[in-house]
Design a binder for this molecule. Sequence first.
Ligand SMILES: CC(C)(COP(=O)(O)OP(=O)(O)OC[C@H]1O[C@@H](n2cnc3c(N)ncnc32)[C@H](O)[C@@H]1OP(=O)(O)O)[C@@H](O)C(=O)NCCC(=O)NCCS
Length: 147
Amino acid sequence: MPMKFCHVDRVSEIEKSIYRTPWSRHAFINEILDNEFAFYYVALAEDTVVGYGGIWVILDEAHVTNLAVSPAWQGRGIGKALLQHLIREAALLGAKKMTLEVRVSNLKAQALYRKFGFVDRGIRPNYYADEDALVMWLEKLPAELYG
Ligand SMILES: CC(C)(COP(=O)(O)OP(=O)(O)OC[C@H]1O[C@@H](n2cnc3c(N)ncnc32)[C@H](O)[C@@H]1OP(=O)(O)O)[C@@H](O)C(=O)NCCC(=O)NCCS
C-alpha cells in the first residue's frame, strides 16, 4: 500500500537498522508529501511496516530510490513482492524503463534485481561515501503492465 505519514516512524527505524547512512525521517516525509515525482509503498505484516520501497517517475523513466526489508523479515519473499509492485506501479505511471544504483558489494540485492531482468550498465565511482555503485537498468518494463 502507499506509504503514509503514519508509517514513517517505523520506516525510519528499519532504515536506521539497515543502512550506514540512513535517510532521515524528514527525508521520507518530504518524499511522500512534497515530491510529485515520488511514489513510495510499504509492505505490512499485521499492520506493522516490514518493508518499503520507492520510485521517482520522470517521463518514461523510473528510478528506484530505496528498497528495504526489516532484517527479521528478510529472505521471505517480501523484497521480491515489493520490487514487483514498484515495477507494476512504474509501468502504470507511464514508465517504459527503470534504473537503480546498488552498492557493488551488495550481491543479495543485485541477485534480486537480476531476477527481474535488470542488467549491469556501468559503475558510478564513489557514488556512496565509501563505495562505488553498480548502475542497473531494466530496459523494457513488462508489456502486459502498460496501461
Ligand atoms: C535486498 C532486500 C530488499 C531483499 O529483500 P528480501 O525480502 O530479503 O528478499 P526476498 O526474500 O524477496 O528474496 C529475493 C531474492 O533476493 C536474493 N536473495 C535473498 N536472500 C539472499 C541471500 N542471503 N544471498 C543471496 N541472495 C539472496 C535471491 O535472489 C532471492 O530470490 P529467491 O528467493 O528466488 O532465491 C533486503 O535483503 C534488504 O532490505 N537488504 C538491505 C537493504 C538493501 O540492500 N537494499 C537494496 C538497496 S539497492
